[in-house]
Design a protein around this ligand. Structure first.
Ligand code: SAH
Length: 363
């Protein structure tokens, strides 16, 4: 009846229903979820106000840990990247980015990705499956475990905790909207993670009908859209999704999002030498943004696998930013974090060698 393997994937009502059918008291659902998400326990046996017989039933039906760490890479800038093996033998990556007392986690939402953007490494993996909400939540919980185990302190002198979530790791979050929605609801829930809407940002390549669904569902998160190019011909070359949902359709959807949620959209804009980092592109970007309530987050292309694409020089980037700023468009440049460990945007991919390395290292 319950289709999820990981207990963290269930809503409170689903857990109540399961408990009821198993002859248990439904009120235990709140207790169990308090252990899972507030105390972030690592085993059912730690739930000490839940009777051992109930713990045993839960353990027989569900897992509480779905991911197994396979490798960790540490960047010189403090960024950490974990490679995890899923319960069915696939690999995903999670990145933690510490910045001035904030701890942001970039989570994967799918094993691989089906969008096939030419500049992104994850695309080369192809698509395997969606991650369950419990798996996505575990990516975050495991960072909290790391912060606790390493005794990392926050600005208040207490053990640090994850403060921000960005759905920008492997995968297209809107192609896994059901599970991403569940994840956001659990993160936002006052009695669970209690994370504000503004601390969660979902980034999409532009799946137009799913942007509408996100609004209909009132998923508690902010929206970022990978615009990356301002002209259909150019965008279709680097992002095949543009053939299905071209820029006009995408902007209709983001306009509707802004109108109905009263939130601005962030347009991500990957700067690629001679492709998107040009004077023409800057002019077109201004034309798109000037009449809208939006922000632009420019990202300098990180090395991936397409030999035809190059990063612009710092001068070219400055010139592009200056043109856009002159039109009073809000544009910021994303600091590339974790490039030395391939943890920056577009660099996440499963690499067999890393697993072998982690294995030999520990033996
Ligand atoms: N599928 C979602 C989220 C994952 S990608 C999306 O497309 O938005 C997260 C961000 O990284 C996107 O804005 C994407 O355009 C950007 N990105 C992908 N590859 C990149 C690369 N090689 N260099 C810089 N940014 C990249």
């Amino acid at each position: 009846m319950v289709k999820y393997k990981d207990i963290k994937s269930l809503t409170t009502d689903e857990l109540k229903e399961w408990l009821n059918a198993a002859g248990e008291k439904p009120f235990r659902a709140e207790q169990i979820q308090n252990w899972l998400f507030c105390h972030q326990v690592r085993d059912f046996s730690e739930m000490n106000n839940v009777p051992p017989s109930t713990q045993a039933k839960l353990a027989a039906e569900f897992s509480i840990q779905s991911l197994t760490p396979a490798h960790r890479a540490d960047s010189s800038d403090g960024t950490l990247k974990w490679l995890y093996k899923t319960y069915d033998g696939h690999f995903i990556e999670t990145v933690m980015i510490p910045t001035n007392g904030r701890f942001s986690v970039c989570v994967s939402t799918q094993v691989g990705c089906a969008m096939n953007c030419s500049f992104c490494r994850t695309a080369k993996m192809g698509f395997t499956r969606n991650l369950e909400a419990g798996e996505i939540l575990e990516e975050i919980i495991r960072v909290n475990w790391h912060l606790k185990d390493s005794n990392t302190l926050g600005e208040d002198g207490k053990i640090a905790q994850v403060t921000n979530i960005i759905f920008m790791g492997m995968g297209e979050p809107l192609n896994n909207l059901e599970n991403v929605h569940r994840t956001c609801c659990t993160l936002h829930h006052q009695k669970l993670f209690n994370m504000g809407r503004k601390r969660m940002t979902l980034s999409t390549s532009g799946i137009v009908p799913k942007i509408k669904e996100l609004v209909d569902r009132n998923t508690p998160c902010c929206l970022a859209v990978s615009l990356n190019s301002t002209n259909n011909e150019r965008r279709s070359v680097v992002m095949p999704v543009n053939d299905t949902w071209p820029i006009e359709k995408l902007l209709e959807a983001t306009d509707e999002y802004t109108r109905r949620t009263d939130n601005y959209v962030t347009f991500e804009f990957v700067l690629m030498k001679d492709v998107t980092c040009t004077d023409i592109a800057a002019k077109e970007l201004i034309r798109i943004c000037a009449p809208r309530r939006c922000k632009v987050n420019a990202i300098v292309l990180n090395p991936a696998d397409d030999p035809t694409l190059e990063a612009p020089t710092p001068e070219e980037v400055e010139h592009f930013l200056a043109l856009v700023r002159a039109a009073e468009i809000q544009i910021t440049i994303r600091n590339p974090r974790g490039r030395d460990i391939s943890a920056a945007c577009g660099q996440l991919a499963y690499n067999q060698q890393k697993v072998v390395y982690a294995h030999t290292e520990s033996t």
